[in-house]
Write a protein of this length. Structure first.
Length: 202
């Protein structure tokens, strides 16, 4: 699961300081962040491929995801095993196919709300929530962009080399390169989006 290493270092995130975006990409990052804030909710499907350095073949899974602004991300794997992960600002819950809570005790400990915030930031493109933990650099345009996230602290870099997001109107691809050689590649297809009502002129 893409959250495995992040969950293991949840406590590390608690003392990471804020960061400013590189000047050359600051304008694009601001544009993308503003656009993400206009989204109330979205739904779609994903396909994930996990390459583990010690295994000869990658592990594949697929399913559905949904996001509701300021509330939660629901990550529902359907193949090969049905499971559900709900990521909210207060933490993470893992359910099996029957809906039974299978969240490990360590996931429920203090600090997982930070990991939840990062996960929601990656999935929903909420860039402001990511700047506390990574340096961000963006290239391209608002219709065809890439964002590279590099860990700020040595402790975080011991687990993650970098995270690359790319997309157009929404995040379409996610690449996570871990320090141990493992890699996670996810393709998203957004199928439904609800935007916040436009502010009425005074």
């Amino acid at each position: 699961m893409m959250m495995r290493n992040l969950l293991a270092i949840a406590a590390i995130f608690l003392f990471v300081n804020s960061v400013w975006a590189d000047a050359d990409s600051d304008k694009l990052l601001n544009q993308l962040a503003a656009r993400s804030q206009s989204i109330q909710s979205l739904e779609g499907v994903f396909e994930q491929q996990k390459t583990i350095a010690v295994l000869p073949m990658p592990l594949s899974s697929s399913g559905r995801f949904s996001f509701e602004q300021d509330k939660e991300v629901v990550w529902g794997a359907l193949v090969p095993v049905e499971s559900r992960m709900t990521v909210a600002t207060g933490g993470i819950r893992l359910d099996d196919a029957s809906g039974a809570d299978k969240t490990p005790a360590q996931v429920k400990q203090a600090g997982t709300e930070i990991v939840a915030k990062i996960f929601m930031g990656v999935i929903a493109g909420e860039l402001d929530s990511l700047k506390d933990y990574f340096t961000l650099s963006a290239t391209g345009t608002t219709g065809d962009w890439k964002i590279l996230l590099k860990p700020r602290s040595e402790n975080l870099a011991a687990y993650i080399n970098d995270i690359e997001l790319s997309g157009g109107e929404f995040t379409e691809q996610l690449n996570i390169s871990e320090a141990n050689g493992d890699k996670t590649y996810i393709v998203f297809a957004t199928q439904k989006v609800v935007r916040k009502p436009a502010a009425k002129p005074e």
